[in-house]
Design a protein around this ligand. Structure first.
Ligand code: PEP
Length: 274
């Protein structure tokens, strides 16, 4: 069922924006991609932990699989949580090269990035497989961070909303409102990832608001008001505060700037719970 513009507007007005009572604690996650060896990762989080002690937000780092054990141990006692960059939906079996969620929980992982554009672009990830991963991550009691976002070509063709709509519907298919409410979504325009091009705060806020309206349509206003939606795409210390101040931007998914402790810490310090 598709809603009319008036119905969507009515829902939007009921949605809780990021007000002092929204309860949406900002979440900043560093996606290290295929960077940092285990010992380099350990050094990075040791430096980071000291820098973000007073940060007023939730913070996570997502190292590559082989680094999770060593980085996780180094994080012990800090406020930084351990995230994985992906996970497979089967519990065990003949799936060479894949990693089961049970293996991640044993290492202390609490969040899992799913549907990152690089997985979609280079590894054949589809909305269906992203949905299977989301279900499995939730079933294991972990938090999925579901990434969505349009390519440059799609943006130039005016398809941003349609692409994000399809990816959110597909990724969240068959999930209940309470499951969705506990998830994190990340809007990452593909053209802004690793390019130094960042969406304007107005562009980013608009898409975040469209995503929240869609969540209200798929579930209800309280669910939409509970979901944290991160922005990702060339977030740096000098643009983070403005982006994070937008009413529907509840944190950041950070790539390049997460590889330097001082830069990532500066982004974390820019995110403030209201
Ligand atoms: C990302 O990979 O999710 C990302 C946002 O990268 P960057 O910050 O480097 O654009």
């Amino acid at each position: 069922m598709r809603l009319t513009d008036n119905e969507i507007e009515a829902i939007a007005q009921k949605i809780v924006a990021k007000t002092p009572s929204s309860g949406r604690r900002p979440i900043v996650v560093g996606n290290w991609k295929m960077h940092k060896t285990p010992s380099e990762g350990e050094a990075l989080v040791r430096e980071l932990a000291a820098l973000v002690e007073t940060a007023d937000c939730e913070i996570g780092v997502a190292p590559a699989y082989p680094c999770l054990g060593q980085v996780g141990r180094a994080l012990g006692g800090s406020k930084i949580s351990l995230c994985a960059q992906n996970a497979y939906w089967e519990k065990a079996g003949a799936f060479t090269g894949e990693v089961a969620i049970g293996m991640l929980t044993e290492l202390g992982v609490s969040q899992v990035i799913i549907g990152h554009s690089e997985r979609r672009q280079f590894f054949g990830e589809t909305d269906e497989t992203v949905n299977l991963r989301a279900k499995a991550v939730l079933e294991a009691g972990l938090v999925p961070i579901l990434c969505v976002g349009e390519s440059l070509q799609e943006r130039d063709s005016g398809l941003t909303h349609a692409v994000v709509d399809r990816q959110v519907r597909g990724g969240l298919a068959d999930l209940s409102g309470s499951q969705v409410a506990g998830m994190v979504l990340a809007y990452e325009p593909v053209w802004a990832i690793g390019t130094g091009k960042v969406a304007t705060v107005e562009e980013a806020q608009e898409v975040h608001s469209v995503i929240r309206q869609l969540l209200a349509e798929l579930h209800d206003a309280p669910t939409a008001g509970a979901v944290r939606i991160q922005y990702g795409g060339s977030v740096k210390p000098d643009n983070a505060a403005q982006l994070l101040a937008q009413p529907d931007i509840d944190g950041a998914l950070v790539g390049g700037a997460a590889l330097k402790a001082t830069d990532f810490a500066a982004i974390c310090m820019a995110a403030k719970a209201e």
